[in-house]
Ligand binder design. Structure first.
Ligand code: PLP
Length: 387
């Protein structure tokens, strides 16, 4: 039996062996990729090879991929006023779905006060009618809608969103950070104009991400200036080892995606069947298409922070579906946007599986859940403070 069971793969993933090997090899490539000598060209080859892997994973043109320091920077770069297509009108306002990652809700290069929110339904899926109304209320907009939610795993109807956005003369940004290597991605079939991803969610290193553009998108300007790297769109000597690790991770992740997804779906079904044995259990977004690895669960009266510690003491790493900012646990903005029952808001726990999760891991998690929910039952029955 393993010492620890890791069920927090949406937070981050362990390095894949392929990533480790590629990074170890890249550490010995000492040149600066901008140098013209042989050492420099060797470093450049690593970057361009990784770029090809990333471009292929999202169906984008090789030259459109820009490496960044992660998903957060990729989102900040992508949310740019002035984006336009083939001489069209540049976008002047930003609309984001209410369940976006904080790095999108921060507004990128738009003033945060200029951000308009498109609501979601109680399933966690974007409300297309409301989006159409927001789009119709002003000039062409940049719209940001994630492909899959990091908390619930809900998959958004991105092609339908794209049709609405384009009909209104807008541009669509898709945060595909959580979807990468869990479901197939193709920038063109999604109808995305600009798409963002991150390495550490797919077995790559932390601190590397990328933006991919669809053909004909113009108006993206560097956020980090002062060098010609990444075709002048992201200055600074490239993180060669990180980029090489990203390329290796994305190749390995996409080649095993089909088999991993089937396995994770079966494991998640086993997990959710067990969780539902506890009366009152609610699994969010379970009626809509979800990532194969994600379960966001809550039971009335459960306090997520206490439960996460309880799981940790049982040797299991899970996360709460609420954000911890400045030491205070806030109810999840995603669940609030979904109008979740206030009794469930404080108790949401996210269980996210990965490529090496086993049946034994799931069963151990369920044993811990029974133990913890038993404590909960007793505590509530005798009127103790909820745990
Ligand atoms: N977007 C989504 C949906 C995420 O889940 C995350 C990370 O949790 C990010 C963006 C940010 O990515 P990074 O951690 O690489 O900055």
């Amino acid at each position: 039996m393993r010492d620890r069971v890791y069920l927090d793969w949406n937070a981050t993933t362990p390095l894949r062996p392929e990533t480790r090997a590629a990074m170890a090899a890249a550490f010995d490539v000492s040149g600066n990729p901008s140098s013209v000598h042989s050492e420099g060209r060797a470093a450049r080859r690593l970057i361009e090879d990784a770029r090809a892997a990333v471009a292929e994973a999202v169906g984008a043109d090789l030259r459109s991929v820009i490496f960044t320091s992660g998903g957060t920077e990729a989102n900040a770069l992508a949310l740019a006023p002035g984006l336009h297509r083939n001489g069209g009108e540049p976008v002047r306002r930003l609309i984001a779905s209410a369940v976006e990652h904080p790095s999108v809700l921060a507004g990128g290069q738009f003033a945060q006060s200029a951000l308009e929110i498109a609501p979601v339904l109680s399933s966690g899926v974007i409300d297309l009618e409301s989006l159409a109304a927001v789009l119709a209320s002003g000039p062409p907009a940049l719209v940001s809608v994630m492909l899959a939610n990091n908390e619930t795993g809900a998959i958004q109807p991105v092609p339908e969103v794209a049709a609405l956005v384009h009909a209104a003369g807008g541009i669509l940004h898709v945060d595909a950070v959580q979807a990468l290597s869990k479901i197939p991605i193709n920038i063109n079939s999604l109808g995305a104009d600009i798409l963002t991803i991150s390495a550490h969610k797919v077995g790559g290193p932390k601190g590397i991400g990328a933006v991919a553009l669809s053909t004909g998108l113009e108006g993206l300007h560097a956020l980090v200036r002062g060098g010609g790297q990444e075709q002048g769109r992201r200055a600074g000597t490239e993180n060669v080892t990180g980029i090489a690790g990203f390329g290796a991770a994305v190749r390995a992740a996409t080649s095993s995606m089909g088999a991993d997804s089937v396995r994770m779906k079966a494991l998640r079904a086993r997990l959710e069947t067990g969780l539902r044995n506890h009366p009152g259990t609610v699994i969010f977004s379970d009626a809509v298409a979800r990532l194969p690895n994600t379960t966001l669960v809550s039971v009335p009266g459960l306090k997520a922070e206490t439960a996460v510690i309880g799981f940790d003491l049982e040797g299991i790493a899970v996360s709460s579906g609420s954000a911890c900012s400045s030491g205070k646990v806030q109810p999840s903005h995603v669940l609030q946007a979904m109008n979740a029952d206030p009794a469930l808001l404080q108790g949401a726990i996210r269980l996210s599986l990965g490529w090496d999760t086993t049946e034994a891991d799931v069963d151990r998690c369920l044993e811990a859940w029974i133990k913890l929910s038993g404590v909960l039952r007793k505590a509530t029955a005798i009127g103790l403070e909820q745990f």
